[in-house]
Design a protein around this ligand. Structure first.
Ligand SMILES: [Zn+2]
Length: 205
């Protein structure tokens, strides 16, 4: 094994991270342009240390990915959630959503993911919130969305579907913090009277 490669794969945790979650840093060992080892350190003209190629100088910028989600709302004012059939969060409730593809807009991604995971055709409306989770290296956007067509449809990503009134959200069974945050912000909008009680019941995040 060549020396550069050894260094690249055995960097101390605190050195590797540089703010990059360790699970993500573990996958960033080689230059995507020339294949040489990446090194973590100072680069010209930047205020922070970065992963850069030891051979060609290519800088491997690491940025969060955008997860596009919707809160599909029924005519009766209930939110449609799915019980996740895949990890992470298997068996817990979440809103439909997924990673934005490189060739689609945020709204297109939200519509596509909702259709794939629920069978519902939605029209995204206002953004309920935008949430950072640095450890997961994601930013999650949640749209309130009107259901304009389609029908709930079984698929591998959902064990079952549920519709929940604002006062009936199954808080302890929500899959992700970002889902909890989005649902909390939605409830605040539609049922501000529930808000103080809700905040007391929510786990610390
Ligand atoms: Zn390179």
């Amino acid at each position: 094994m060549d020396e550069d490669l050894t260094e690249a794969t055995h960097r101390p945790e605190e050195h590797v991270s540089g703010g990059v979650p360790s699970w993500l840093a573990a996958a960033l060992n080689y230059c995507s342009r020339c294949g040489a080892a990446l090194r973590f350190g100072s680069i010209d003209g930047d205020h922070r240390e970065r992963l850069a190629c030891s051979a060609c100088g290519f800088v491997a910028y690491v940025n969060p990915r955008l997860v596009v989600t919707t809160l599909p709302i029924t005519e009766g004012g209930e939110v449609v959630l799915l019980r996740r059939g895949i990890e992470p969060g298997y068996g817990f409730w979440a809103q439909p959503g997924g990673f934005l593809e490189i060739d689609e807009t945020v709204r297109e991604g939200a519509i596509r993911e909702t259709l794939e995971e629920t069978g519902l055709l939605v029209e995204p409306g206002e953004i309920v919130g935008l949430y950072s989770r640095t450890q997961a290296a994601v930013v999650v956007v949640a749209f309130e969305a009107r259901i304009v067509g389609g029908a709930l449809r079984d698929n591998p990503e959902a064990l079952e579907f549920g519709t929940f009134a604002p006062e009936a959200i199954p808080w302890p069974e929500i899959a992700f913090r970002t889902s909890t945050w989005a649902l909390r912000d939605w409830v605040r909008r539609v049922r501000p009277d529930l808000h103080p009680e809700l905040l007391r019941e929510l786990p610390a995040v």
